[in-house]
Design a protein around this ligand. Sequence first.
Ligand code: ZN
Length: 151
Amino acid sequence: MSSADLRDLYQQVIMDHNKKPRNFIDMADANHLAHGNNPLCGDALVVYVKLDGDVIQDLSFQGSGCAISMASASLMTEALKGKTLAEAEVIYQQVHDQLTGESEVDAADLGKLEVLGGVKEFPARVKCATLSWHTMHSALENGTDTEVTTE
Ligand code: ZN
């Protein structure tokens, strides 16, 4: 995909998910939960996970923040619902690497999440995009009610 096309797609997907966030609910029977804060931007969200064995049976979030933080969280819930912990870990690493530029990621592996890579062009916003992912990761690792704050 050309970078101009990707930029258009990036804006469309971010705007769509910001306007109509998917899985934007307070999950009453979540068994994993974490709070994420990005004080630089004012993004604050809660990620809820219902883990059944090693399968992410349900995933949702609530909160408020900029369009990038909300869209990234929304995309994440869509991407990880129904995945095993091992699959979720691979996707988490790919998104993280793509956003931080730590290593090259084959965009074809990422599907719709490829648009998050567009955030790399705005380094100040990378933490907005990674917040929900770090928060989800903490929820899975630490169980219930943990706090994540970006540095
Ligand atoms: Zn933000």
